[in-house]
Each structure stands twice: as structure tokens, then as C-alpha cells.
Design a protein around this ligand. Structure first.
Ligand SMILES: Cc1cc2nc3c(=O)[nH]c(=O)nc-3n(C[C@H](O)[C@H](O)[C@H](O)COP(=O)(O)OP(=O)(O)OC[C@H]3O[C@@H](n4cnc5c(N)ncnc54)[C@H](O)[C@@H]3O)c2cc1C
Length: 391
């Protein structure tokens, strides 16, 4: 008999797990929002999928996306000084999660995966644990539903370090070569400009990461699309001239009424397994590994851990599923989780002097510029640059 797995949550982690596990196990996905509601709802993220994540999507035969907005570079600016354009090793892609998730849900349904549409409450979890051989908690930042213990050493923050202010816009001429633009404004925050694909076509995401209560934290109380657009215009004019110059004033607008978002995340990392009513439960994605979005690693970390969980479950397919499996999964993931987390946490603080010097070296040295771009696709390298050069 095939073992029965229940995945709670159908975001980046839950969907990749469903694709990878459906051949070997009897998979049920429980999700709180129908694909139509997701499609017509609010944007959720900026979701840059770097090369390794896109390779995993291919490995597990996930849907393919139009590649009009492939991101091949990272443009780096500090203040008003453009430093360099570094090349990514493999192209990255940002597809609006409303489009991505709803397409994957339909595709998985056609491929025979079972779905239940319900929001799981804490009062439901005992009966689910009884019903299935394994529950995977993929409830994202609103989770977890289970008491996964916090890893205190790598969860240092008591409050969010940034306000995340995101809008998907029409009317921004793309940067050249097409890529992600990162602008650091010391003591204020950052701006990420990300060309992306939506169901209606290409857009430019403007993503302000504001240090709370400093100058960039200028969107408080803004609830309406028009007000949001006007404020983004003001903010780019005042602080991000390089972007403002590419705004076509007469057509600059949100791509739809729900294409903006404001959120603040308190990062917290948990051990991704726990015993509940004498059964193993595991977590994957933001429910257990929740970082600030500043390094754009959330989807990539979720996808990496989903693949490691898949490999662990295949390895233990014919054994008992107990804490040994949980520990094997954690063993496979903890080094990468730690490196991504410590780099991300460091990026939310004042940049260390040796990193500022390295970024300045990139102005004259293309090899360094390319290495900095590669931090985003291979975060281990960023970790090494941030922490090992300090010795
Ligand atoms: C502003 C912002 C910008 C970001 N930018 C990037 C970026 O550029 N690159 C990147 O890699 N990452 C980025 N991220 C992070 C990335 O979006 C997340 O890390 C990633 O989506 C996490 O995947 P997940 O599957 O864990 O959670 P999610 O994708 O959030 O999915 C969780 C799912 O669980 C469902 N759910 C929750 N609770 C329940 C329940 N009780 N019952 C049933 N279903 C439930 C939700 O409806 C949802 O479908 C960003 C995040 C934010 C907020």
C-alpha cells in the first residue's frame, strides 16, 4: 500500500512537493484558497526563482513559463552611484504567484492529485494526523500549525527589520540588460526593481524595503491603488532617480487594482520536525524557515528544502516514518538554511565595511561584479563573503 501524505498549503513549497511526491505516494493537498480566488486576488510576493529553483521545477515537470522576462543580471547601486552590472550564471524568472499557483493547482488536479478546499484550524490537526501517514505543514508565513521548536541561535529578531512595500507596475522602461536592480540607501533601506511576468504580460515590480520609521517608510495608511501609485512616483523621484528617469509618466500605473502589497515579516527559523500524538510531522518552506525577503531567497530556500524532503522520503519509503526521518531531513537542510539565514539577517543590518569595499571593487572588476550577482543564485557564496573574509 502506498503511504498517505497530506500537504497543508499550496504555495511554493507545497506545490513542488505535490509534483515530486505524487508518483510514489498517495498525496492530498489541503488549501485554503481556490485557484480562481488566488488568480483574482492580491499579489503575494516578488518571487524571483533563480537557476537552481528553475532546474528543480524542470526536474519535477512543473509548468513552463514564457521566457520574455528572463533575468540575466544584477544591477547594483549605492545611493545615487550606479556601481556595476553583474552577470548571473543562469537566467532567473519572476512569475506572479497568482498566475503560477493557480496554473499549478489546475495542472495537479488534472494529474490526479486529491485536493480539499478548507482552512485548517488547530482543532482539525489531530484528526488529520490520525488519517495520514505524514502531514507536511507548508502553511507559509501564516503558519505553522504544529509546535516546531524555534532555533534561537539563528532567530535573533523580536520585530521585523523591514517594511516590504511592493507594486507591480506598467510604464517603467526596462533596465538594460534585463535584470534585477538593487539600490541600497544606507540607513533608509533598499529598492529592488524586478521585471516579471503576470497572466496579462510583462510588468516591473518596484519593491521598497523600508527600515521602519525612517524616510522610506512613507506608505503608512495607504490602502488604495491610486494613492499607492502616486506615492511610489514621489518616492522614486526623491530617492531613486535612475528608476524615476525610466518612468513613462502618462502610463505609469499598477498593472491591476490588487497588484500592490504591504507586509512586514519577523524572521524565525524552526527545527522542521516534531512528534505530535506519537506521529512525525514535518514542515517545509516559510512555515519553518521564515526569513526577511531582502535577499530574495524565500522561494529558493523553500524549493531547495522541498527537494531535500522529497529525497529523504524516497530514502525512507519502506521504513517507519519517525523522528529518525525528521532528523535525516534536518541534517540535509540545516547547513543551507543557516547560511541563507545568516546572510539574509546580515543584509538587514548596516553592511560590513569589507562588503562595501568589495562592492566598490566591482566598479572596476567585472569578475567581482559577477561574483556579487552570483550571491543571489548561490547564497553559500554570499555567506562566505560576509563571514569568512572577516577572520
Ligand atoms: C514582499 C515579499 C517579497 C518576496 N520576494 C521574494 C523573492 O523575490 N524571491 C524569493 O525567492 N522569495 C521571495 N519572497 C518569499 C517567498 O514568497 C516565500 O518564501 C515563499 O512563497 C514561501 O513558500 P511557502 O510555500 O512556504 O509559503 P506560501 O507560498 O506563502 O504558501 C503558503 C500556502 O499555505 C496556505 N495556507 C496557510 N495557512 C493555511 C491553513 N491553515 N490551511 C490551509 N492552507 C493554508 C496559504 O493560503 C498558501 O497557499 C517574498 C516574500 C514577500 C512577503
Amino acid at each position: 500500500m502506498r503511504k498517505k501524505i497530506c500537504i497543508i498549503g499550496s504555495g511554493t513549497a507545497g506545490l513542488q512537493l505535490a509534483y515530486s511526491l505524487k508518483e510514489e505516494f498517495d498525496v492530498t493537498v489541503i488549501h485554503s484558497t481556490s485557484s480562481d480566488k488566488i488568480r483574482n486576488g492580491r499579489v503575494m510576493s516578488t518571487q524571483v526563482h533563480f537557476g537552481s529553483t528553475r532546474n528543480r521545477e524542470n526536474r519535477f515537470k512543473m509548468p513552463k513559463w514564457e521566457d520574455k522576462t528572463l533575468l540575466k543580471s544584477v544591477h547594483m547601486t549605492i545611493g545615487n552611484q550606479k556601481l556595476f552590472v553583474g552577470k548571473l550564471k543562469e537566467p532567473a524568472l519572476s512569475v506572479d504567484q497568482r498566475f503560477y499557483f493557480s496554473q499549478c493547482l489546475k495542472d495537479l488536479e488534472n494529474k490526479g492529485v486529491s485536493f480539499r478546499l478548507m482552512r485548517v484550524n488547530k482543532s482539525d490537526i489531530e484528526s488529520l494526523v490520525d488519517e495520514f501517514d505524514l502531514i507536511i505543514d507548508c502553511t507559509g508565513k501564516s503558519g505553522p500549525l504544529f509546535p516546531f521548536p524555534i532555533e534561537k541561535e539563528i532567530s535573533p529578531f523580536q520585530v521585523p527589520q523591514r517594511k516590504c512595500i511592493v507594486g507591480y507596475f506598467l510604464g517603467v522602461k526596462p533596465n538594460n540588460p534585463l535584470g534585477i536592480s538593487v539600490t541600497v540607501l544606507p540607513e533608509m533601506g533598499e529598492m529592488f526593481e524586478i521585471p516579471a511576468m503576470t497572466e496579462q504580460g510583462p510588468v516591473t515590480i518596484l519593491f521598497v524595503m523600508a527600515i521602519p520609521n525612517r524616510e522610506l517608510d512613507a506608505f503608512k495608511e495607504i490602502k488604495h491603488a491610486k494613492e499607492f501609485t502616486n506615492q511610489m512616483k514621489n518616492v522614486t523621484q526623491k530617492y531613486f532617480q535612475g528608476i524615476h528617469e525610466r518612468i513613462e509618466q502618462d502610463i505609469f500605473a499598477l498593472s491591476d487594482e490588487k497588484a500592490f502589497l504591504q507586509v512586514a515579516i519577523k524572521p524565525v527559523i524552526r527545527k522542521p520536525y516534531v512528534t505530535f500524538n506519537n506521529k512525525l510531522v514535518v514542515g517545509c518552506g516559510d512555515s519553518v524557515f521564515l526569513n526577511d525577503p531582502i535577499t530574495g531567497q524565500g522561494c529558493n530556500l523553500s524549493s531547495y528544502c522541498a527537494e531535500q524532503l522529497y529525497e529523504t522520503l524516497i530514502q525512507y519509503r519502506d521504513s517507519n516514518w519517525d523522528t529518525q526521518l525528521g532528523e535525516a531531513y534536518w541534517d540535509r537542510t540545516k547547513i543551507f538554511v543557516r547560511e541563507v539565514t545568516e546572510w539574509t539577517n546580515a543584509m538587514t543590518q548596516v553592511l560590513p565595511e569589507h562588503i562595501v569595499q568589495l562592492l566598490l571593487t566591482g566598479v572596476e572588476n567585472q569578475k567581482i561584479a559577477d561574483e556579487v550577482a552570483e550571491w543571489f543564485e548561490e547564497p553559500q557564496k554570499a555567506y562566505e563573503a560576509f563571514f569568512q573574509l572577516q577572520d
